[in-house]
Write a new protein. Structure first.
Length: 192
């Protein structure tokens, strides 16, 4: 009751495609959830709707604190609920209600970098990063697909193995780059 090599390769290929789809879906869902707590998303929704923005906050993800001057740091990492409002002068008010503890109030202006040329450059850099990341994943797939021999299902299965290998390699590269950037920012802030 064993499967033939072609059938097994087809099963591996289908499972791989399903796995890649699941991976892309989970990463997209996670990024969308994280972005909802960033200043850019919150300010955009405040300007579009003119109504308060309410965000459920977890201690793992945190949320933007408008009173903080830090571009990346300045987040609140506690379980609770954040309600953002913007007054006519452009000041953002945050009422944070922790699951345990008193209600807190913070306020601050829309970050300068939000609509600055530096902010636009950073968003462009992020888009290019995602494009390069996707291109490298596809290169991993097509190199493994092209190098392997045999039937198409077998080649697809090996292509997915190449995609997985490239994903793992890029995960480590991004992790080390993030640690390096954090250390650099820490040293720069300490020297000020």
């Amino acid at each position: 009751m064993f499967l033939s090599a072609d059938t097994a390769a087809a099963v591996v290929g289908v499972a791989g495609v399903a796995g890649v789809g699941l991976y892309v879906g989970l990463v997209s869902w996670s990024l969308r959830g994280a972005r909802r707590t960033y200043s850019r998303s919150i300010v955009k929704r405040l300007k579009e709707t003119g109504r308060p923005v309410i965000v459920d906050v977890s201690d793992r993800r945190g949320t933007w604190n408008p009173a903080s001057k830090a571009k990346v740091g300045g987040r609140i990492f506690r379980n609770g609920r954040a309600e953002y409002a913007m007054d006519p002068s452009g000041m953002v008010h945050l009422r944070f209600t922790a699951k345990s503890g008193p209600e807190e109030h913070f306020q601050g202006p829309v970050p300068e970098w939000y609509e600055s040329p530096a902010g636009r450059r950073r968003r462009s850099l992020i888009r290019r990063f995602y494009g390069a990341y996707t291109a490298l994943l596809l290169i991993g797939f097509f190199v493994a697909y092209g190098v392997s021999g045999g039937s198409v299902p077998k080649r697809l299965g090996l292509g997915l193995v190449g995609l997985l290998g490239m994903t793992i390699l890029l995960m480590f590269v991004v992790m080390f780059a993030g640690v390096g950037a954090s250390i650099r920012a820490l040293v720069r802030d300490r020297n000020k």
